[in-house]
Design a protein. Sequence first.
Length: 305
Amino acid sequence: MAMYPPWSYSQSRANTFDECLRKYYFHYYGSHNGWNREQATEEQAALYRLKQLSNLYLLFGDLAHRMCESAIRALDVRREPPRPEFLDKVMREMLNQGYKESQDRETWLSQPKQRIMLSEIYYGEETLHDRISIINDRRRAIVRNLSASATWKELSAGRAQVVEVEKWDTMLLHETKVYVKMDLLYRRQNGEMVIVDWKTGKEGDFSDQLYLYAAYVREKYNIPLEQLELRVEYLVTGESEAYKPEQEEIAKVEENVGRYIEEMKSCLDDEYYNKPKPMSFFTPMPSRRACGSCNFREVCEHRRV
């Protein structure tokens, strides 16, 4: 059993680092080995369980991406794609299943990785019913807008071929393993490639991660940037945006990643083993917004309520 977790970089890691250093410690270091019932300390086990908490927005986003993946894969092999009514039914059933699982606290405590526990239910949040209403509206819109999206129209017309769908991979940047998982990558008949990012929330949520994806595709598939397109599909509204990645933009994002890596490594006692400094070094950054949705509010004495 490794004493410390392996070192890597991801956009979600950077987001957590920005939000709260104590949360960052809990998530990436304090919870490590918490799955090992025989060797984990009580604190490690508790942090590991809390790390597994989901919420309605996260659960919905995951299910929506799985729905898109299933529909795109069917379309790619020229099978009849699932009907919108069927997709809506499946998503509704899976959301209900997540809600039901969250009622069984004892089973989740013993199997936190295998079961769903919504933080809204775990912490008894008053926002639960409002969020259910929002999610139901988004679910219907997403199912309707997927088949009307620019991506769907191009693929269904037989003018492009799927290359990658929800595939985990890595790239090396600043001597660090950076995780890559594009929602969709496809190639047009003229050789151009399109990187698609499904958005299941608000518009204007463009992520710098897409520029890293462009660098990854350029290197792996030996394709010039001029033949790459970044497309963001806002499935809630049915709108989409397309961008042509420029080397200058990619260089800025890669430089920013380098700064994050340097700052994250400054929190280590030993870079080789990824051994963190003591927990006290990871300064709490309490705020009503961050603490109100933090998975670790149960154990954090610095939380703001």
